[in-house]
Design a protein around this ligand. Structure first.
Ligand SMILES: *Cc1c(COP(=O)(O)O)cnc(C)c1O
Length: 471
């Protein structure tokens, strides 16, 4: 399998060449040159596989530069009961006939980002060892991504993580989760500022090409293809659990922000998984809902991006969206470049013509939006009727699934986080604290490793240089 850019760079690259990179050199996102099609016999064979072996089968269609035995071993080491809490890895539960929740958030940080990030950690360690190289991962986080990256990379050979977060602004639980890590290769840096200040520092460091090269600065952001392909696996696993035979259709409802999760659903559907609809659920930051309803993609300004009670979906632009639009334009990379490389930059967005917009439906896409009151009502209702507790992001997905569900349609709602991470909203919804997994008792009182610093690029660079020398 070879990878090409959404903006036209068609230098063929293999998986391990793009693994440690972010954007393609022309500013586009990497896509496989084609999606492998799964035939009925293969789908039948996959239905009975354990999760780790299913992951191996799917990944090996996209990765042909890691020996099969090594890749299988990486998958088996990653998707274990001890890391994800059950043999099913992504167990499905029924809310009512035809309506299911697929648990993607039983990994170490209790959010679905662990599903991909845990594999990324194993792949990074493997590839760096093979090359005899090391990597310093620099990132900015306001919540789930930073924690998932740290828990994936902790103790890994050849990798150090420098994670910037806005001082005092993450939830107490998220702070405790990240700052309690004592691994020598994990560095928490709390910046006296807001999330945008953290992100600006990351951009400034990455723009210093000499520093970047000298200290081998990398990232683990959501546009990484390896993360996306790892997420394709749980669409197959969810489908198999929700059906008895491969001629049934299933829809997925996906709480969405940067369009990474649901883009993996799009890839699964392109591979031939019998997915009826991909239901994109947004919160008040409804960039994507606006697009699927109107064909107009309008990036929001920072001041227009609202802080909500499903904070991991508070985005101003959907960074993975370019991949889907490139497919929607039937891989017209000149047109994709015009939309994302020019129109978004110059006009802050674009509007598709009616015929192109209408094609979104043939890719299965529909969308809806949820707000704070919807979230609370949905959490309360599921709690009262099923005695099942869901988190605010999953509630956005369920609310939109219920709004759009058609007679006879089977819908799997992806559970993207556990309620314990967002206890304030849970208390507001049901008047009591969510239960905490036993392993996390006393998390807030563990000793912390975090350095607080002003929003100063030079100070952050000095810290990286210091630790890089001692690596
Ligand atoms: C990241 C995240 C999302 C959004 O996923 P995207 O891939 O960015 O669309 C939704 N819910 C939770 C809990 C998340 O952490």
């Amino acid at each position: 399998m070879r990878y090409v850019s959404t903006r036209g760079d068609d230098t063929p690259r293999r998986f391990c060449e793009i693994l440690l990179e972010g954007l393609a050199p022309d500013g586009g996102l990497y896509l496989p040159e084609r999606y492998p099609r799964i035939d009925a016999a293969t789908l039948g064979r996959w239905r009975v596989l354990p999760y780790a072996d299913l992951a191996f089968e799917i990944l090996s269609l996209y990765i042909d530069d890691i020996p099969a035995d090594d890749l299988r071993a990486l998958c088996r080491r990653t998707y274990t009961r001890s890391t994800f809490g059950s043999d099913a890895i992504v167990p499905l539960r029924m809310l009512e006939p035809g309506l299911f929740v697929e648990a993607l958030s039983n990994g170490p940080t209790l959010a679905f980002k662990d599903m991909a990030m845990q594999l990324l950690g194993a792949l990074f360690e493997y590839e760096l060892a093979r090359r005899g190289e090391r990597l310093n991962i620099l990132g900015a986080t306001s919540g789930d991504t930073g924690g998932a990256a740290e828990y994936a990379m902790r103790g890994k050979q050849g990798v150090q993580v420098f994670m910037l977060s806005p001082h005092g602004r993450m939830s107490p639980f998220q702070q405790a989760q990240m700052f309690s890590l004592q691994d020598a290769n994990i560095h928490n840096i709390a910046i006296e500022g807001v999330f945008d200040d953290c992100q600006d520092i990351v951009k400034a460091v990455a723009a210093d090409l000499d520093f970047k090269r000298r200290h081998r600065i990398g990232s683990v952001n959501s546009i990484n293809w390896a993360r996306l392909v790892a997420q394709v696996v749980y669409y197959f696993a969810g489908y198999f659990q929700a059906t008895r035979s491969n001629d049934e259709l299933v829809s997925f409802a996906v709480p969405s922000g940067n369009f990474g999760n649901v883009c993996a659903g799009h890839v699964a559907r392109m591979m031939g998984l019998p997915i009826q609809r991909l239901i994109v659920a947004t919160n008040e930051n409804d960039v994507l809902d606006e697009f699927f309803k109107s064909g107009r993609y309008r990036v929001r300004a920072a001041a227009e991006t609202r802080e909500t009670s499903s904070p991991s979906m508070d985005i101003s632009k959907a960074s993975n969206f370019e991949r889907f639009v490139c497919d929607l334009l039937q891989r017209d990379t000149v047109a994709t470049r015009q939309l994302f490389g020019e129109r978004v930059v110059r006009d802050g967005g674009f509007a598709l013509d009616a015929a192109t917009h209408a094609r979104c439906a043939s890719y299965g896409f529909v969308s809806g939006r949820s707000g704070h009151a919807d979230r609370l009502a949905t959490i309360r209702q599921v709690w009262e009727q099923q005695h099942d507790l869901i988190d605010p992001h999953t509630a956005d997905g369920l609310k939109v699934a219920c709004d759009l569900r058609q007679p006879g349609e089977t819908i799997v709602v992806l559970e993207t986080a556990l309620p314990v991470k967002f206890s304030e909203t849970i208390v507001e919804a049901i008047g009591q604290q969510p239960e905490r997994p036993a392993a996390l008792a006393g998390l807030e009182s563990l000793p912390r490793r975090v350095e607080v610093m002003p929003a100063d690029v030079a100070r952050v660079k000095a810290l990286i240089a210091l630790h890089d020398r001692h690596a």
